[in-house]
Ligand binder design. Structure first.
Ligand SMILES: *Cc1c(COP(=O)(O)O)cnc(C)c1O
Length: 230
């Protein structure tokens, strides 16, 4: 448990330092807290973490009921199933994993039903992996264009998870492709889109991601330790 506190402090410090080196004014560390219970989440909070990312709706709801995220912002970072839209919209501060027109339509109508606006990022499948979520880079513009018709969603930027286990120079290339998309799409000034957040980088590569322009990183195991899947 003490490890979580020390690890979280260290990750915040490393992110701050990487941001300083990259000339990025501010980097948000989202602690990916899946499979870690409320007590462990609070330990990270005590160390200064103010953003948590969950990737399963059920787990998120259970921890919400336990007050795990009190005083912090919650991001949904996992694959978003259509039938979970209803539970998540209005309950999370950001959905980082929007990747289809269909999801946009569902989120938009749920948000409007609740009289709220749901902040979101568009997830890009930058490695073109068949089994991965995210919109293909070539289809990104279609989604950004569509944001003009979904006032219940506020698109704030892009998210990506490059292929796992790639060599560092390859990962850097994916990060750089993301930065280019982020800049190019921002320049196009789509209605109802503000390209202000670029979410990429995890435990193994968050400093590299920041050097490549990320201003939001999602860090799990470097804070909470290795996850043990059963
Ligand atoms: C779990 C998770 C992370 C963090 O992964 P680590 O390698 O443990 O830092 C980041 N992003 C998403 C979407 C995740 O599900």
């Amino acid at each position: 448990m003490d490890d979580i506190y020390e690890n979280a402090k260290r990750v915040l410090e490393r992110a701050r330092e990487a941001a300083r080196r990259a000339g990025v004014p501010e980097v948000t560390v989202v602690a990916a807290s899946k499979m870690n219970d409320a007590i462990r989440v609070r330990r990270a909070y005590d160390a200064g973490i103010r953003y948590f990312g969950e990737n399963r709706a059920q787990e998120l709801e259970a921890k919400l009921r336990e007050g795990a995220f009190e005083g912090a912002k919650i991001h949904f970072i996992g694959h978003l199933q259509r039938n979970k839209v209803k539970t998540l919209v209005g309950k999370v501060d950001m959905i980082e994993s929007v990747d289809s027109l269909e999801l946009m339509t569902l989120i938009d109508s749920r948000a409007r039903e609740l009289g709220t606006v749901q902040p979101a990022l568009i997830e890009v499948n930058i490695g073109g992996e068949a089994a991965k979520s995210g919109v293909a880079p070539g289809k990104l513009e279609e989604l950004l264009e569509y944001a003009g018709k979904t006032p219940g969603i506020s698109v704030r930027g892009l998210m990506a998870i490059p292929p796992a286990g790639a060599e560092e120079n390859k990962t850097v290339r994916y990060f750089e492709q993301m930065r280019k998309l982020f800049i190019d799409m921002g320049a196009k000034k789509y209605d109802n889109v503000t390209m202000s957040i670029l979410s990429m980088g995890m435990s193994a590569d968050f400093e590299t991601a920041i050097a490549c322009g990320a201003n939001m990183v999602r860090v799990g195991s470097a804070i909470f330790g290795e996850r043990h899947y059963t």
